[in-house]
Every structure is written in C-alpha cells, then in structure tokens.
Write a protein that binds this ligand. Sequence first.
Ligand code: AMP
Ligand code: MG
Length: 449
Amino acid sequence: MKTLDQIAAELQGYDPQALSAGQVLDFLSRLVMPVQDVVELPLMQASGRVLARDVVSPFDVPPHDNSAMDGYAFDGGQLTDSPLELQVAPGTALAGKAWQGSVQPGQCVKIMTGAIMPTGLDTVVPQEFVSVRTVPGQAEVITIPPKLLRAGDNRRLRGEDLMQGRPALQKGELLTPARLGLAASLGLKTLAVFRQLRVAYFSTGDEILSLGEAPREGAVYDSNRYTVFGMLSRLGCEVIDMGVVRDDPALLEAAFTRAALEADAIITSGGVSVGEADFTKAMMKKLGDVAFWRIAMRPGRPMAVGRISSTKSASSPVSTSAGSYQNNSNPNGAILFGLPGNPVAVMVTFLAFVRPALLQMMGASASPPPLLKARSTEAIRKKAGRTEYQRGWVSTAADGSLQVKTTGSQGSGVLRSMAEANGLMVLHHAQGNVAVGDEVDVLMFEGAL
Ligand code: AMP
Ligand code: MG
C-alpha cells in the first residue's frame, strides 16, 4: 500500500493546489484497490454486480445446427439456376422435438424455427417463398424459385453463439441484462461476483437540515445525501447512510471512525473549501493520511482525498445490514472522498472522479463511458487551463445531428439546472471559448446517473 506522498512522487508535476482533472484520475487509480472477497450468487441476485471469474462455456451454444426460419429443410447441394422441386417427407421438425428419419435426394422436411436440422440437410427455405402443390394420395411437392438461396442459408450453426471451452464472459465485466441472459443460456445457476462495495456517506455543516427538521434562518435541507445515495445505488454499492454530522469534533470523530470500520470508502460533503472554519478538515487530518486539493475545474475545485484509518478505533464489532464484522477488505482503513458542499459540485466531482475510482474498487474493468459529440446551440465562455462542466440538454436537430444547449443557471449550487439536464458538457482543460455550432463533448447521464 502506497502513502499519498509516494503516489504524489510518481506523478509528473503534482501540485495539490493546481491539479488537472486528468491528474486527479491518475492519482486515484493508484490509490484504490479492488475488493478481493468473492461470493457465489444466484443469477438474479448477481444482476448489476461485477464478475469475479471468467465464465467458460461448458458446451456449444446453440448445441446443434438448427433452423433460423419456419420453412423446409433440404440439401442445398441440389440448388441450380432452375426452380427446384422437392417432395415433402412425412412429419415436421419441431423446436425441442427432433425429426427422426432419413431424407432421400429430392426430398425436404417441414421445419420450424429452432428445430434441429435433420441429418444431411443444411439449408432452409422460408415457407413464404415456396409454392406448394398437393395431389390427393401423394406427398406434397414444393417449388423453390431459382436464385433465391445459397446452400447453408437460414441455418444457425452449432456453437455460433458460444464455443465450448471459450470464455463467454470475463472477470471484471458488469453483469448487464444481456450478460445475465448469456450466463443463463449456459445453464449456469450461480455466478462468482465480487462482494458489494460498502460506501459510507455523511453530510457536514451546521447549516444543513435533515428532512423533517423545521426550517430555520440560514439553513438548507440536505440534498447531497439524496443525490449521493442515488448515484451510489445506481452503481450497485451498499450505502451506509449516516445523515448529517454536526460541526463538533467528538461527533465528527465518531462518524469517521465508524465509517472507516464499516466501509470500504467514505464520502462526505462540505467543509473542505479553503478558509472553512469547521473541524472537518482537522478531523480528516487527525484520523488519516489525507491530501487537500484544489482542482482546476468548475464546478468543484476543493476536494479532500486519502485514507481514514480504522486501527485507532473501537474494538467492538460493528453490525450493519450486511452482518457483523470487524474488518473491511482494506485493513488500513477506508478511502476518503471529501467532496465540496455545493450540490452540483458534489454530483460533478462524483461523476468525474469518485465513480471511476469506486468502479475500480468494485473490481470492474469498465472503461469510461464514451463522450458524445454534439453541436453547441450557444456561445459559451470558457477559460483554458481548467475543465468546465456545463449542464446540458442533448437533442436531435432537424438535420438529424446532435445538438446541446445549457439548462439555465450554471451556479454550482443550482440543482435545478442539473435536474433538467440529460448530460454534462465536458469542456476540456486546454479548450477555450465555444462558438455557436462548435462541437463539444457530452457525458450522457443515462447509464451513469
Ligand atoms: P461548503 O463546501 O461546506 O462551503 O458548502 C458550500 C455550499 O454548499 C454552502 O452554501 C452550503 O450550504 C451548501 N451545502 C453544503 N452541504 C450541503 C448539503 N448536504 N445539502 C445542500 N447544500 C449543502
Ligand atoms: Mg461548510
């Protein structure tokens, strides 16, 4: 395990007072480590979790050559440039009920989608393409028009979906609906996944009201608790929700200590800006190895990062919804993300930095979500030398291209414009002013928020 100073020494031009967004990501990726504990879960419970081992296909999928259409199976070697007449053999090949028998040259077999291809037959003509002639007392005869088919058409090959012995899913993949279905198609009842990441969250600040408290002058309701809860839940983390912690050294110490014991990561909001007259920063420093950063970004800027030690703390086991335990995966303590207090800054710093770090801790190999390119419908003032995130609404323009407009006031406390947005424009570090019609990168919320 590296100390913060050791990580800082590895980075080019590390200056805690002026970090770029890229340097923050680099730092965090060196700080966090993936959980090790693996649990075997039934498929439905494994939904959204991270696969802990490769899944090797125990057999071919599909296990037999089968028909992709309702129609007639025949030997495609008989196709020529003339119409092909074939006698329909008795019986039908059904999905789940193979056709038994042997087919003579000049014959075909009526077949349904998914049915195993009868031995020796490799091609299926869809029923809507043939004409059928019935003569009482004799076998039906179909006519296949010329130049319609090639040998092998409308047949799904054994193993074309998954080959026996090959990895069907890889360690580190998030179990999306498609991957869950794929695992089921292999007959697997359970999957080995990493245990859920436990993330503790609390808000700080004496002016912060919990829901249910009576309003008072100068006080605001705690919105960060809910945005962070929503973002953590979407990631599939177990949230240890600790509410608001008052600016009181004893309360803060108890909160950090409990969180470091119970959780893999601690997220706080508030109390990390320069000139804060509260005890939050002092307590972070006292209980762990913590750096206080100023990041070249907007909104955001101040952020505390490090580890809060769990060793100085109480010796009694802790009980949570996940059971009773003494140690988490990281015996040296929990990773701390001390976010600024402003509601939009919390969401932006979470998306930009905390989310990728948590995914790494979850054991996920997920690459960052792709940025979309959209044309800005307005001019935006932007200073080079910092990353700016603008709340935006992406839509399809009349010509079919993507366009983006900002959603009202971009103040870092204005949650409304965040709630009205479907993505964040990412105006990169070196980028300057944006003119009307310029393409900008957008991080879409869908999938992330
Ligand atoms: P701070 O970073 O503590 O200086 O807070 C910056 C601004 O964010 C102040 O206006 C706070 O009132 C506001 N703020 C801090 N925490 C919260 C919270 N949990 N919910 C809503 N607003 C908050
Ligand atoms: Mg404050």
